[in-house]
Design a binder for this molecule. Structure first.
Ligand SMILES: Cc1cc2nc3c(=O)[nH]c(=O)nc-3n(C[C@H](O)[C@H](O)[C@H](O)COP(=O)(O)OP(=O)(O)OC[C@H]3O[C@@H](n4cnc5c(N)ncnc54)[C@H](O)[C@@H]3O)c2cc1C
Length: 430
């Protein structure tokens, strides 16, 4: 995803295989003042996992997953994808809270907070993180958990990439034996008002077992801006069909829903956000109920933009109506993550091919995310109203970590005073 890694000429890529090897590279880089970055699945689009002329600590060979079915825990090395975790956990009838796209790395996603289909039942990924093994800037390997280095554990749950290299994570797991009902639906532009109505209903009606994502894209072979929906029901088919009946009654032109094992669900959006091209991510948030005219305006902006620029149709803006009750019931100050409240994330991933469009696409991405943030009703919230893992550029730490920014600054001075880990995000930015 990080198209910068294709453009930047790295000095060296070190395919580490153990905590000790990570430590050796960190020590060499620090002692010789060589720039370095950690790279997992490289889904950040802002260049946080590539560096011109520097060293890449590439974790992709560290992909072992161990499940303890008695303790109901999953331990996964820092270079795993969510597919690695989902597939291994499923062998024991277990699952944890991963992202909605299974080719995403667990590293960046977990350290920034993490949410997915099971967040409505169990909260953020970090709310299910029990411990992590961290290689720190000073050349030590430590455990971060509620009992060992608890201040570090607080910091890595939301701002982890700024505190070291996570060589493994241990997550709490849950029984997930039965199939779930899920899939994609695509609707022509004229159905948008009905979809917004359904989203507003779902906001009040869900029991935590249902998630609903809707967004704008130009799925092949239609070549028309459409509304793409992803539905998820953790339960039996009949109940699921009843829950989503008002939506399916709108008459989707793409219909790929059905019962499937949980580990397949995280793959259903893969094709909509696949590899290649040039990319920029962005994020904002909305409170519900949504004002239908506001959503229509965002759709119209998107349709105009993709209609007037070549090769940008694989882009996506996604309203992620994943019930927030479990996320918001954890106090904002309990972890470093700055965006917990009674609102929903909106993510965007713009994709294009021609370098001449770089500035234009990035400007539109910022424009549309800012518009959603300003009109989406989250400006007065304590949570910052944007998910740090969706923000690709450096911002004032208060804008990303909110009330937790000052404590993070203090902990940085304890754990990484030379600010070796600054790319995602720079907590010491003035
Ligand atoms: C297609 C797509 C779908 C997404 N879906 C979701 C979703 O459903 N839910 C969600 O919460 N987020 C989602 N995201 C956002 C995602 O969380 C971020 O893009 C995240 O940075 C991806 O992590 P990565 O390890 O793949 O990326 P990388 O670019 O490799 O890493 C991102 C940052 O984290 C650092 N990092 C990575 N691993 C480690 C590690 N083990 N130790 C220390 N630092 C590390 C890197 O140095 C870099 O600075 C999605 C992003 C994309 C592009």
């Amino acid at each position: 995803m990080d198209s910068n890694s294709n453009c930047r000429k790295q000095g060296a890529v070190v395919l580490v295989t153990s905590a000790e090897e990570v430590l050796t590279v960190v020590n060499i880089a620090r002692d010789n003042r060589i720039q370095f970055v950690v790279s997992a699945e490289r889904h950040s689009t802002g260049g946080a996992s590539s560096v011109e002329g520097g060293i890449i600590i590439d974790l992709r060979k560290m992909r072992k997953v161990t499940v303890d079915p008695e303790a109901k825990t999953i331990t996964a090395e820092g270079g795993c994808t969510w597919e690695d975790v989902d597939v291994e956990a499923a062998k024991y009838g277990l699952a944890t809270v991963g992202g909605t796209v299974n080719h995403t790395g667990i590293g960046g996603l977990t350290l920034g907070g993490g949410f997915g289909w099971l967040s409505s039942k169990y909260g953020l990924t970090i709310d299910n993180l029990l411990s992590a093994t961290m290689v720190l800037a000073n050349g030590s390997i430590v455990i971060a958990s509620s009992t060992e280095n608890p201040d570090l554990f607080w910091a890595i749950r939301g701002c982890g990439a700024s505190f070291g290299v996570a060589v493994d994570f241990t997550y709490r797991a849950y029984e997930q034996k039965d199939p779930v009902w899920a899939g994609l639906l695509g609707f022509t532009a004229d159905k948008l008002q009905g979809i917004v109505k359904f989203a507003n209903w779902h906001h009040g009606a869900n029991t935590g077992d249902q998630c609903f994502l809707f967004g704008f894209s130009v799925p092949p072979p239609t070549n028309q801006p459409m509304t793409l929906c992803a539905v998820f029901f953790c339960g039996a088919q009949q109940a699921a069909e009843e829950y989503f009946a008002e939506l399916t009654a709108l008459g989707p032109v793409i219909n790929q829903v059905g019962s499937m094992p949980y580990e397949k669900v995280n793959g259903m959006l893969n094709a909509a956000v696949n590899f290649g091209g040039r990319k920029t991510g962005g994020g904002s948030a909305v409170k519900l109920p949504l004002e239908p005219l506001f959503v229509q305006e965002v759709f119209d902006d998107f349709a105009r933009f993709v209609g007037s620029h070549r090769g940008v149709g694989e882009s996506l803006i996604l309203f992620e109506i994943i019930p927030f009750k479990k996320i918001a019931e954890v106090p904002l100050e309990a972890t470093a993550h700055g965006s917990r409240s009674e609102y929903y994330n909106v993510g965007s991933l713009f994709k294009w091919y021609e370098p001449e469009l770089d500035a234009t696409v990035r400007a539109f991405s910022r424009f549309v995310n800012q518009k959603i943030r300003e009109q989406g009703g989250t400006m007065a919230e304590r949570g910052v109203g944007a998910y740090s893992n969706y923000i690709e550029y450096q911002l004032n730490p208060e804008k990303i970590f909110g009330v937790n920014a000052e404590k993070l600054r203090q902990l940085k001075l304890k754990y990484d005073p030379e600010n070796l880990f600054w790319r995602w995000h720079n907590v010491l930015l003035e």
